[in-house]
Design a protein around this ligand. Structure first.
Ligand code: ADP
Length: 262
């Protein structure tokens, strides 16, 4: 089968992975960010494309809010979030005059921006581009899939929490993947237990094993459980540098193991 000519800006991008979740609040943006940081600590060059147009939270997580995206002859230059310039980020958050402003665009305008994100960001050489999508299945998902599918086999990682309701929502997400030809590389269970920093005992605050069960039912790999990190919210609120702080997090070993599997 002949494939269409790929946008020049994607030529140096080796792998693209979409991060999906059945609903909001399960930690999809957190996992996208942490996955990128874990890949970075494995020595990879990573990009993050935040297509969560209505709730772009990654610039804030990576202390990049308010930074400007510049134009070059190949399109937009993404924002670098670390000193070595090995983690780059593009988000609608950089294009809004006021970062707290809600994006109230209709479908066609969103689709047009996503197409531009896919073709007009000058990523350079990347080992992996992590695409953070909105929760559920929306116009943005279809737009990103349609914009990338002609050029690449698309792969997705699905995030859920241990509770049944999230697992039910994520089942619909898996159906979406099947229908649109997205290959699910696996399921990640986030907020899976709380590792006590004092005695190292893990307490399963919510129920347990939902992600694993879902992966088994869907016939896709279970990539791992990411524990609750009590320091994460504080770190974000106090504006700590996650690129430095993340290796100390109880979530770091889990994400490193997941990063090696994708
Ligand atoms: P989503 O992208 O699915 O809407 P977020 O990544 O924005 O979810 O996470 C929702 C909230 O949960 C955020 O406040 C985030 O800091 C917190 N959170 C996510 N994962 C964890 C975790 N493993 N430990 C502690 N807090 C977490």
């Amino acid at each position: 089968m002949e494939t269409a000519a790929e946008p020049e800006n994607l030529a140096g991008v080796r792998h693209i992975i979409l991060v999906l979740s059945g609903k909001g609040g399960v930690g999809k943006s957190t996992i996208s960010t942490e996955l990128a940081l874990a890949l970075h600590h494995e020595g990879k060059k990573v990009g993050i494309l935040d297509v969560d147009l209505c709730g772009p939270s990654i610039p804030r997580m990576l202390r990049a809010q308010g930074k400007a995206v510049h134009q070059c002859d190949r399109g937009w230059v993404p924002v670098f979030v670390d000193r070595e310039q090995s983690i780059s980020l593009m988000s609608v958050g950089f294009l809004l005059e006021n970062p707290d402003e809600a994006v109230v665009w209709r479908g066609p305008k969103k689709n047009a921006l996503i197409k531009q994100f896919v073709s007009d960001v000058a990523w350079g050489e990347l080992d992996c581009l992590v695409v953070d999508t909105p929760p559920g299945t929306s116009d943005e998902h279809m737009a990103v899939v349609e914009a990338l599918r002609p050029y690449r086999p698309l792969r997705a990682l699905v995030v859920t929490t241990p509770q049944a309701v999230s697992v039910g929502d994520v089942r619909r997400e898996l159906t979406f993947c099947k229908k649109t030809g997205l290959q699910v590389v696996g399921v990640v269970e986030n907020m899976s237990g709380f590792a006590c920093p004092h005695c190292a005992e893990c307490t399963y605050v919510f129920s347990r094993g939902g992600g694993e069960e879902l992966a088994r039912l869907a016939g896709v790999p279970f990539l791992g459980s990411v524990p609750l990190d009590p320091e994460l919210t504080r770190s974000l609120e106090e504006g700590h540098d996650l690129t430095q702080e993340f290796p100390k997090s109880p979530a770091f070993p889990a994400l490193t193991s997941i990063a090696r599997k994708i």
